[in-house]
Design a protein around this ligand. Structure first.
Ligand SMILES: Nc1ncnc2c1ncn2[C@@H]1O[C@H](COP(=O)(O)OP(=O)(O)OP(=O)(O)O)[C@@H](O)[C@H]1O
Ligand SMILES: CCCCCCCCCCCCC/C=C/[C@@H](O)[C@H](CO)NC(=O)CCCCC
Ligand SMILES: [Ca+2]
Length: 578
């Protein structure tokens, strides 16, 4: 017996009525978990009255967007009234349920189904009881703070929000305060110091990965300030953010949206926000000595990706195509960089390995066993952590590298559908450290090409990959320091320090050092210390759904009690027979 069957037997029907839908009589039932309907009327064309499966439908209550009275001037209703004269007493009272429908490639759409009732009272009862069930879904946001970058990607952020997203929020009864940004870092600064966050259930950004990064920095910094945590301490235990973040993709790469939802489609993202999905995400904190530099959730890339980003900034006017041009230029220049990478491998076996081909998907078992707080690690995990830190489980690799990449999530995006590290996890407290050593141009090309097809990009003698909790990078050549580039605390620190010391080589040669790309922002230091903060934030997402999950209407990440895979025909039998 499936878990759904168990659920169904425990759950009484809240409503069960014969109504009209698409000129046919249907039996409609609502219980705490599903709204279901099936045709009960004999059709002239069919020999048997009821066809199981093909004519029955189930919608999970937690995927209902809204229910409302169907307006009298609704075209569908009028057409329906003209056609179904034999049911004239049923025509005037109708209600429409809007719900999530899955389409191709992880895209969701909002579909409507309209039912016609015999009386006003029955119609109102359906609307009221369905709304009561929706009100029980306390994970749904009611009030959102929305930031729109009008210049991100192809500059369509405002249009996308107004045309596609705002009407859906209105339909779902969500109120939104909208701020169209007027400058870079407007959203970050507003969140950090001004916004009254008590008013909201979530923050939404309309833009690309750069805009998401602003929201991330604003919200994480604000949370640490509110709790008196010093972000400059690399070992500080950061406080997880209570507000979830929604991403309406309208940027150039949209990697974070793509890797957490499976598509960069604004309507799909809006629906994940409306149904109140929740996906915890690891955040890497990046420090230079004891100075906080930035947070990263997707890619920290030195060498190849750092150089692509640096070059692409000069061609912002080209829009998303700037990455293609800079990608080709950087590939042709074929630079490599010397340095030492030290890292703390993830010690416990429960995190798997970057080459185990176990992809992080909705309800991922590896991520579900982790938690944002160290306090809730199991005693074995705690022992492992202490052992590895205490006995200095750190490893050091010196070498010449074309690229050093830390993928905290798969980094899947339209350019690379499986991403830089296809098996990286969204919320396991680790990042996949990929070292690409100096090799021929042809070999590097083969490696890059494998990001676009099914072949294993790690299966090269010059590539190694490690799942780590922390890592440091020290370039062989000392990096130049320009005081203009530095933050205030760092200027003070640097002012008392010799620019050249006996141990370091001060000769600056552009060919000797690259920059880090940190989620698409350039860092001004090559020597960095990185630490993964497990599940520091949560997104309005549920991870990428498996094909099977998509077909069978799977459940949310947060509630393991609803993690079941229904068997469609059995499910319908039980719903209607109970
Ligand atoms: N009003 C504004 N004017 C100028 N820049 C802005 C404004 N609002 C936000 N920004 C900045 O624009 C940058 C790019 O934004 P966004 O990520 O939305 O688009 P993008 O084209 O995808 O860029 P990226 O490739 O960096 O992700 C962000 O770093 C953000 O700080
Ligand atoms: C032979 C052809 C081979 C082509 C190989 C393509 C491989 C593409 C991998 C793309 C990985 C993107 C990782 C995402 C990084 C984001 O945090 C960041 C911010 O948006 N984007 C970039 O830095 C922009 C980075 C753009 C890189 C091109
Ligand atoms: Ca991770």
């Amino acid at each position: 017996m499936t878990r759904l069957s168990d659920n169904m037997e425990k759950q009484a029907k809240l409503l069960s009525t014969k109504l009209l839908h698409n000129h046919r009589q249907v039996e409609v039932i609502l219980n705490r978990s599903v709204l279901a309907w099936k045709v009960t009327e004999k059709s002239g064309k069919r020999s048997s009255g009821v066809t199981e499966g093909a004519h029955s439908h189930t919608v999970q209550v937690f995927e209902i967007v809204a229910v409302h009275k169907t307006e009298d001037d609704d075209t569908q209703t009028r057409k329906h009234q003209e056609k179904t004269k034999q049911h004239s007493q049923l025509n005037t009272y109708a209600f429409t349920v809007s719900y999530v429908r899955r389409t191709r490639q992880h895209r969701w759409r909002c579909s409507d189904v309209t039912f016609h009732c015999a009386s006003r009272e029955l119609c109102e009862q359906w609307i009221q009881v369905t709304n009561e069930q929706l009100l029980l879904l306390t994970n749904r946001p009611k009030s959102l703070l929305v930031y729109i970058n009008p210049y991100g990607g192809k500059r369509r952020g405002k249009h996308i929000y107004e045309q596609k997203v705002a009407p859906m929020f209105r339909r779902a009864g969500i109120s939104a305060d909208v701020i169209v940004t007027e400058r870079a870092n407007h959203a970050r600064d507003h969140l950090k110091t001004e916004a009254n966050l008590d008013k909201y259930d979530g923050v939404v950004c309309v833009g690309g990965d750069g805009m998401f990064s602003e929201i991330l920095h604003g919200l994480v910094s604000r949370t640490q300030m509110d709790h008196g945590v010093d972000q400059n301490q690399p070992d500080a235990e950061l406080v997880p953010c209570s507000l979830r973040i929604g991403i309406i993709p309208a940027g150039s790469t949209d990697c974070i949206c793509f890797a957490t939802v499976g598509t960069n489609d604004p309507v799909t993202s809006a629906l994940h926000i409306i149904v109140g999905d929740s996906q915890p995400i690891d955040v890497c904190s990046v420090h230079h000595d004891d100075i906080f530099l930035r947070y990263s959730v997707s890619l920290l890339g030195y060498g190849f990706y750092g150089d692509v980003l640096t070059d692409s900034e000069r061609n912002r006017w080209l829009g998303p195509a700037r990455y293609d041009l800079s990608g080709v230029k950087t590939f042709l220049s074929h630079n490599y960089y010397e340095g030492a990478v030290s890292f703390l491998p993830a010690a416990d076996d429960s995190v798997g390995s970057p080459r185990d081909k176990l992809q992080c998907r909705s309800g991922c078992r590896i991520c579900q066993h982790k938690s944002p707080s160290k306090a809730s690690l199991t005693s074995e995990e705690e022992e492992e952590e202490e052992k590895s830190e205490g006995s200095s489980g750190w490893k050091v690799i010196h070498g010449k590298f074309i690229a050093i990449n830390a993928a905290n999530m798969s980094c899947a995006c339209p350019r690379s559908p499986k991403g830089l590290s296809p098996s990286a996890h969204l919320a396991d407290g680790t990042t996949d450290l990929i070292l690409v050593r100096k090799c021929s141009r042809l070999d590097f090309f083969k490696h890059l090409l494998r990001h676009t097809n099914k072949d294993d990009q790690f299966d090269h003698s010059f590539v190694e990959v490690h799942r780590v909790r922390k890592f440091h990078f020290q370039p062989r050549h000392r990096e130049p320091l320009s005081l203009e580039d530095l933050s205030e605390p760092l200027k003070k620190k640097t002012a008392f320090r010799p620019m050249c010391s006996a141990q370091t080589t001060c000769s600056y040669n552009t060919a000797h050092s690259s920059s880090w790309s940190c989620d698409g922002e350039i860092l001004h230091h090559s020597a960095i210390q990185v630490s993964v903060q497990c599940q520091l934030i949560r997104l309005f997402a549920r991870g990428i759904e498996e094909q099977q999950q998509q077909q069978q209407q799977q459940c949310v990440f947060e509630d393991p009690n609803t993690l079941w895979t229904p068997e469609p025909s059995t499910e319908m039998d039980r719903i209607f027979s109970y």
